[in-house]
Design a protein around this ligand. Sequence first.
Ligand code: HEC
Length: 140
Amino acid sequence: MKFSTFFLFFSLFIYLSAVGYGFVYPQPIFVSEDSPLALLMRNMYEEATLIRQAILEKRSPKDVRKQFKAIYTATPTDPQVHDENFIPFSDNFLTALDQIYNNEDSAVENFNAMVASCVACHRHYCPGPIEKIQKLYIYP
Ligand code: HEC
């Protein structure tokens, strides 16, 4: 065995032992950071499923209006998302969200209108999650 080959295996052995004993934590080489907007969206999706559940069980949903105002400022993965349509889409979404709390008698219709406002913005910027978002609709 050539010395260089031996050295390669020896280094690997030392590295793996260090990982095994917890002296070294292996890191993925390509770290893809999720943008603040992507994290907010994931949270919005989770909260929307909880609001949906509350409406189906005829409970008052948790008020997430303040939390979701961050949609205006959270940094997106693609900066081009912040074009002239982004604020109007966000306004429509937050108005639809507001309706859910203002009129609990028509919570189902208002919830569906909010889901439609998620989908409308997604058609414009980010069609990937549309199928998943549409599963939130409440059918009679
Ligand atoms: C004003 C536009 C807009 C509205 C309204 C909107 N989204 Fe999004 N959404 C986006 C954009 C843009 C992204 C891509 C975010 C990024 O990668 O930075 C996104 C990403 C997502 C993602 C993927 C997140 C990930 O893991 O990368 C989900 C899920 C999502 N949105 C769900 C929702 C739901 C549910 C609603 C409504 C409750 C909603 N969105 C309303 C624009 C919007």
